[in-house]
Design a binder for this molecule. Structure first.
Ligand code: FAD
Ligand code: DLZ
Ligand code: SF4
Length: 508
């Protein structure tokens, strides 16, 4: 009897475990564009178009390789509009009773598949460098989980950037060299762009009609949508941007939204690229003398370290992880996140580029939109839904630990050892945004004071009980305590005025 082989939108890899376990002669591959997946949050139109186009091209590739593929388009009249619904529909038509599936990257879908009245063979997703068992074995018995130590394990395991038993260059981590501000550079390339082909054009028309009200611009659409294009994007990055990756890693610059960042996360997360292959190719650039160690180590750490680490956390912590709220923040997400306008130039720049490209680089996500939400006490669940919606690379297994954990400290300190908060001074040091802002970053109080300056102290003051004893935060509290009571009161009332404006739906 035929078995069904489920391939989800972020499982577009020919070597997927479910495909490896299946039999071309006997089994039916099921792929489906469904409203349940396209609307569980209000995804950016570019994100939806990316997934649908990449799914259609991958299905064509499987057919050409001899697989029998049942591909459901969003507008097909028989579409039941959910993944379980499509599996049941094809099971009935084929007389199938068994499903082969690679573990989904989201608890919601894992539960939905487990509930099916069909026999499910769920296989591990082995497109990652660390298995769940490996991560759990590393984590077991540790008082706290720190990415840096996990990363060293992964370096040893893969041999990446290792010389004998020691790290290349003598240090594990060259981050101290990667905190420079960036200057404009006309020779910086940005990611490779692709003209929409016929398949992409058809998807763009569909998304334009069906998701017209979602936040974000669909066109111009320039993403890679198949493995060959993603490979070209990777090669372009390795040659043009990797050498400068370290130097500008934490910088932000008006008019240069990518700097030397890779824009590879959507392709990696959808399965068009392989993480270990990317790391090995980056290492080869270092070995050949084409890219410096601080750049290559910094880049490899993001994929071999952070990406694998957050996945381990997501699956170890369980389905309730995205709902955690350790700091009990409850403020609704302000409309400025959906483009309603703000006078804060840094945030306005980030939102504008998200609207156009469904992208912001890491430091913008962490120190602009994330930092502001944390300082302002935004409900982390609402922020999580926003991050899941607006970025083309947002899949819950990677988005939730970054948002709930790293950015909002809502997991109580599992991912981050201290909250990522900063005043305007940090943003000013790492960007050119403050020069064109309605607010004055040097102003700490009064009319025109940068909201980050005000809210920073408000955050620290209201969470004193939790953070004052943290050794890395003690000095900050001592600075606060040295201010006069009148000064502290002035800062807190300025911050409260910003929060009141947010609550009243006014512009900040
Ligand atoms: P580069 O800076 O060029 O880095 C190279 C690669 O490293 C990325 O493609 C990515 O695969 C990996 N990487 C880098 N940082 C991280 C990280 N912290 N966690 C996991 N992988 C990392 N990344 C996602 O892929 N999906 C998300 O939904 C997502 N949500 C985030 C939410 C918040 C609040 C924060 C602070 C970060 C989030 N990240 C997410 C991590 C990171 O910001 C993006 O991976 C990165 O910006 C992608 O752009 P890039 O390819 O240009 O990255
Ligand atoms: C992101 C996405 C979207 C927009 N649409 C689909 C879809 O219609 N069908 C599908 O199989 N997958 C889609 N995806 C990716 C899934 O949401 C993703 O597979 C799960 O969230 C698990 O990570
Ligand atoms: Fe952002 Fe403050 Fe700088 Fe304006 S002054 S750009 S709000 S950090």
């Amino acid at each position: 009897v035929t078995r069904l082989v489920l391939v989800l939108g972020d499982q577009l890899s020919p070597g997927l475990s479910a495909l490896r376990a299946a039999d071309k002669a006997r089994d039916l591959v099921v792929m489906a564009e469904v409203m349940a997946e396209a609307s569980y949050v209000r995804h950016h139109p570019k994100k939806i178009a990316f997934f649908f186009a990449a799914m259609r091209k991958f299905a064509a590739r499987l057919s050409a390789a001899g697989w029998r593929v049942a591909y459901t388009r969003l507008d097909d009249p028989d579409n039941t509009q959910s993944i379980p619904g499509e599996l049941l529909r094809h099971a009935a038509a084929e007389g199938a009773r068994e499903v082969l599936a690679t573990e989904p990257g989201e608890w919601r879908l894992i539960a939905a598949l487990a509930d099916l009245p069909l026999t499910l063979h769920q296989l591990p997703d082995d497109r990652f460098i660390a298995s769940h068992a490996e991560f759990d074995a590393w984590a077991a018995g540790r008082k706290s989980l720190r990415m840096e130590y996990f990363y060293r394990e992964m370096r040893r395991k893969t041999g990446l950037l290792m010389e004998g038993g020691a790290p290349a260059g003598g240090k594990w981590n060259y981050d101290a060299e990667n905190r420079k501000p960036a200057a404009p550079d006309l020779f910086r390339h940005g990611p490779l762009r692709f003209d929409p082909d016929d398949i992409v054009q058809e998807v763009l028309t569909l998304v334009e009609t069906r998701f017209a009200d979602n936040f974000g611009q669909l066109r111009p659409f320039w993403f890679a949508t198949d493995a060959d294009q993603a490979e070209a994007a990777l090669a372009h990055f390795l040659t043009n941007a990797l050498p400068g990756f370290g130097d500008t890693q934490d910088a932000m610059l008006t008019g240069d939204r990518f700097l030397n960042h890779a824009f590879l996360s959507p392709y990696l997360n959808a399965g068009l690229l392989d993480p270990l292959d990317i790391c090995r190719r980056a290492e080869a650039e270092y070995r050949a003398g084409r890219a410096p160690l601080n750049a290559v180590e910094g880049f490899i750490r993001q994929i071999l370290g952070w990406r694998e680490f957050v996945r381990g956390i997501y699956f170890r912590e369980g389905p309730d992880y995205p709902t955690r709220n350790a700091l009990t923040h409850t403020r609704p997400l302000p409309a400025l996140y959906w483009g309603a306008g703000t006078q804060m130039n840094c945030i306005a720049q980030a939102i504008a580029q998200i609207r156009e490209d469904a992208y912001a680089h890491h430091i913008q996500r962490l120190m602009l939109t994330g930092n502001f939400a944390l300082l302002a006490g935004i409900d982390p669940g609402a922020l999580h839904e926003w991050y899941l919606a607006v970025y083309a690379d947002a899949c819950e297994w990677v988005e939730a630990p970054n948002t709930i954990g790293m950015s909002q400290f809502a997991d109580g300190g599992i991912v981050a050892s201290k909250p990522y908060v900063s005043s305007g001074a940090y943003i000013d040091r790492m960007s050119d945004y403050c020069r064109s802002c309605a607010y004055d970053v040097r102003q700490k109080t009064g009319q025109g004071a940068c909201p980050f300056n005000l809210l920073y102290w408000h955050f620290l003051d209201r969470h004193r009980d939790r953070f004052a004893a943290n050794p890395r935060m003690g000095p900050i509290y001592r600075t606060w305590d040295r201010m006069s009571p009148a000064r502290r009161a002035e800062i807190l009332s300025g911050a409260q005025a910003v929060l009141d404006r947010l609550d009243a739906g006014g512009t900040v």
